[in-house]
Design a protein around this ligand. Sequence first.
Ligand code: SF4
Length: 305
Amino acid sequence: MEHNIISVSGGKDSTALLLLAIERHPDNMQAVFADVGNEHDITYEYVRYLEKATGVKIRWIKADFSQQIERKKAYVIAKWSDKGVPQETITRAVSALVPTGIPFLDLCLWKGRFPSAKAAFCSEELKRNPIIEQVHLPLLEDGNTLYSWQGVRADESRRRAALDELENVGGGLWNYRPILKWTASDCFAMHRKHGIKHNPLYEMGMGRVGCMPCINCRKDELLEISKRFPEAIERIRQWETAVKQASKWGATFFPAPSVDSEWSAKQTIDVVVEWAKTSRGGKQYDFLRVQDNGPICSSLYGLCE
Ligand code: SF4
């Protein structure tokens, strides 16, 4: 049997994708939302609204890193002292390595760091893998053919422009990218055609919708978040403290230029927010990797906007 699986993120592209699937396969589609635990409540409310407004059940799934954290704890106890890590750091890390049930935070506790543009493991670990493990594999194991609908658009990046609309992954799985040639305006037009509201965050200074903030967020977006949603900055502040406890060198949400503890310690979310308040190219924090025009998520799966 054929199945159409539509990944919903709460952003405009995946909403357009969902609406297109409703037009084409109203009786043979399933929608899934991978909750990473770092979205704003407005996005969670929007996903619930989408379910109600379209009448399509949206399955919520979450990654679980409790086993990885347990294994990391065992490794820290067994190996860190051999590597010259001070006992004080080991004790601190062992007590910090406790799963919280918040996927984004637990992933960072396990890795001992936050993801970055160069090491963007978040989309894969928090969205792609749980969707494959919890949704795709059970269907494929039963011998089904599965079309994984992905809301990527060619005009977002050269890598995405090089993708095929239909790709045979093997084992009964196909990647399907029906809005590859669409523009952002086409996606909003699809909302209007179906009488569906877009995520209100687009009217609140957010260029993209997903994590708040995303590791790739733009400077002006970060400033807007700090003004409108200080609770999102507070959450990251708390996570920086938690992940730092669990790591050897310290960890900050926006990446440090090296593992040097002095730099890492300085580059907290508060420092980055201060920098975001400076005029274009503000000198004092220009070592930071947050850019005026930050890159989009490099994932080719379109799971993050
Ligand atoms: S939205 Fe950004 S931070 Fe969140 S999972 Fe995607 S790339 Fe990572």
